[in-house]
Design a binder for this molecule. Structure first.
Ligand SMILES: [Fe+2]
Length: 219
């Protein structure tokens, strides 16, 4: 997993997000998929963040990794020096924290909805998030979407100076050319700053999207 290059950090600082293909080897992907499924099936109730017929999300913090054998593989992320260095250099401080790791499997609900988090928005609480695609994310498979740099810069100037920001602030972007959906094969990593306008992707195919997301922040 080689993600910590100065170029990548600089790119995220300027662009707000980056897509890095082939971050995981085929062997790692196979192994992670197996471990994620085991985790989704065996996780004790207290770690289940969301569970419906169409989505299951497990969230683990660093302290609870040792609570269950099925969590152990996540140490690969919690203790990843490359990732930690990336975050430190991004925020320009050593006072950083991996707040949580989420393992999420999502499938098609049969209807397309127009609600958060599937509308373009930016978050008030700032995180740098690392989203690993464990299965291929093609058209309709729920890829994450971002507003492009030029558009974001305008927005940030306007909105971030206003008071009373909500936790998630919906923004209207009618110009499709100003947004970018980040599809990619298994093993792709998307790194993004939640200050940048983004929206989650809905699964509209028969594929089940499987991701691991590492949320990091300053302390
Ligand atoms: Fe968000």
């Amino acid at each position: 997993m080689i993600i910590n290059t100065e170029n990548n950090i600089q790119f995220v600082k300027e662009n707000g997000y980056i897509k890095l293909p082939s971050i995981l080897t085929n062997e790692e992907i196979v192994d992670l998929e197996k471990n994620c499924i085991k985790l989704l099936n065996e996780s004790p109730e207290q770690y289940i963040h969301t569970e419906t017929d169409f989505v299951k999300v497990i969230s683990i913090n660093q302290v609870s990794v040792q609570d269950n054998e099925a969590f152990g593989f996540l140490n690969k992320f919690f203790k990843n020096q490359e990732l930690i260095e990336f975050v430190k250099k991004y925020f320009e401080t050593d006072e950083i924290n991996i707040s949580k790791i989420f393992v999420q499997e999502s499938s098609n609900t049969g209807e397309e909805v127009d609600v958060l988090p599937y509308k373009m928005h930016f978050d008030k609480t700032r995180y740098l998030k690392f989203m690993f695609y464990i299965r291929d994310v093609g058209p309709g498979d729920g890829a994450i979407t971002f507003a492009k740099k030029e558009w974001n810069n305008e927005l940030q100037k306007e909105l971030l100076k206003k008071q009373a920001l909500k936790e998630e602030n919906v923004v209207e972007i009618n110009d499709e050319s100003q947004i970018e959906e980040l599809q990619g094969p298994a093993g792709t990593l998307v790194v993004f700053d939640t200050n940048v306008s983004h929206k989650a992707g809905q699964v509209l195919t028969d594929n089940k999207r499987l991701i691991i997301r590492v949320d990091t922040t300053t302390i």
